[in-house]
Design a protein around this ligand. Structure first.
Ligand SMILES: Cc1cc2nc3c(=O)[nH]c(=O)nc-3n(C[C@H](O)[C@H](O)[C@H](O)COP(=O)(O)O)c2cc1C
Length: 412
């Protein structure tokens, strides 16, 4: 019998021939392939192998596989996000991917705004940088822990604020469970989790979920009316969160165009008023120009978060890697710089830090695994990133984060 991986639709397995690379002897039936099998093309699990030659598709096994690794959770996420996100090996805004394409007024799901060129721009801009390999130096285990707003974290990596299970994730789980998975997964790994705000759940759901985690996390609010924001800031302070974020680019969120849930651009006075209204550190997100970065610092904010919202608000904007070095130079250490935008691996983390960020944040990949397996899978993703990040530090000759700068990069 001949089978095809229905996830990538590339890998074909012929039971008669077996597969030497997968160590499967000729005659090995699909039912006898071990649970540890992963598609050599896309990493999908065994149940994605479907029979091609006229017979019925193999039944999904009822029992859980023994090995629940990251590929298992990604495959679970792929099933739950079917039609919106293919959880592809490379999540890069490729126009051929399920998430791409104009939505003609429908929710944008997992893709980017408009034609998705801004999402793609993030990937392309980061891919233009290559890491320089430097091996001749005595070996040291790199030091990677940092202090962020007075909190020690294991490595300079965090989860980007995410939300919107109903519109963007096929209603695959409860919004609160999604936030919980992001927060606990990050915490169990050793970093700080963040959550967003969605129009399809109460405005305070993110912050109250952080509250249930004893305040360990950072809620990001959409730029609602100043009155609503000030109330949410008060609540966040009461719940003793680590810091409070506002995603200013949320003013372009397609889901918030309702009369009771409107979003607005904010002026310099608004930013100052928000910062002055609380003793908690405030972070402004979706900063893409040096001019805005200066205003963020002048407002008294505690961190500047460089992002174009994953390309989900303004199509044809620049990629984050195109603006990050100038913004970091302008900020010049006055406040920590956070940055996201197609950070997928530990190698990407190192590049984003070399371009000037203090912390790199991961968006879509955490969402995919959180939907697939909650906190456990989120922690696993951070572990995976840390392993490559450690290797990348060693291979570029960096013993400490202070040594990570543009000198370890080449631009092609
Ligand atoms: C489905 C989805 C929901 C998001 N929700 C929010 C949100 O509520 N608040 C926010 O500040 N950013 C939100 N973002 C943007 C992310 O915080 C982040 O900027 C972006 O995902 C980074 O790019 P990446 O996904 O390519 O890593 C969302 C992104 C996605 C894909």
């Amino acid at each position: 019998m001949i089978y095809m991986c229905m996830n990538c639709k590339v890998f074909v397995y012929d039971e008669e021939r077996g597969d030497t690379k997968l160590n499967l002897a000729p005659g090995t039936r699909v039912g006898d392939i071990p649970d540890s099998y992963r598609c050599p093309v896309c990493g999908a699990i065994k149940c994605c192998l479907h029979q091609l030659d006229g017979g019925s598709a193999p039944q999904r096994e009822d029992q859980e596989p023994a090995l629940k690794d990251l590929n298992y959770y990604r495959a679970r996420g792929r099933e739950k996000l079917a039609g919106l996100c293919g959880v592809y090996p490379v999540c890069n805004g490729d126009p051929e991917h399920t998430c791409a394409g104009q939505k003609y007024g429908a929710p944008i799901g997992m893709g980017g705004a408009g034609q998705g060129k801004n999402f793609e721009a993030n990937y392309k801009a980061l891919a233009e940088y290559r890491l320089k390999m430097k091996m001749v130096k005595p070996h040291r285990q790199p030091e990677m822990s940092i202090s962020f707003l007075g909190w020690d974290i294991k490595a300079p990596v965090m989860g980007a604020p995410l939300s919107g299970v109903k519109h963007s994730m096929n209603d695959a789980m409860a919004e609160e469970d999604f936030y919980w998975g992001l927060l606990k997964g990050a915490e169990e790994f050793g970093t700080i989790g963040t959550v967003g705000t969605t129009s399809s759940a109460p405005k305070d759901l993110g912050v109250t979920t952080v509250g249930k985690n004893n305040g360990y996390g950072i809620p990001f609010f959409k730029p609602m009316s100043q009155k609503q924001l000030l109330e949410l800031f008060q609540l966040a302070e009461k719940l003793d969160v680590i810091a409070i974020g506002v995603d200013l680019g949320g003013a372009g969120s397609t889901y918030w165009d309702h009369s009771d849930k409107s979003v607005y651009r904010k002026g310099e006075d608004d930013l100052k008023e928000l910062v002055d209204s609380t003793d908690k550190p405030v972070i402004f997100k979706d900063i893409m120009s040096t001019e805005d970065a200066v205003k963020v610092v002048d407002s008294g904010a505690s961190a500047c978060y460089v992002s174009n919202h994953g390309g989900r608000v303004l199509d044809y904007g620049l990629g984050v890697a195109e603006v990050l070095p100038d913004i970091a130079e302008e900020i010049n250490g006055k406040v920590p710089v956070l940055a996201d935008g197609t950070v997928r691996t530990g190698f990407d983390v190192l590049k984003v830090l070399a371009l000037g960020a203090d912390i790199a944040l991961i968006g879509r990949p955490l969402l995919q695994v959180c939907v697939g397996g909650g906190a456990e899978a989120v922690k696993m993703y951070f572990d995976y990133v840390l392993a490559d990040f450690t290797r990348a530090m060693i291979l570029t000759g960096c013993d400490t984060l202070r040594e990570v700068d543009m000198d370890i990069l080449d631009k092609i």
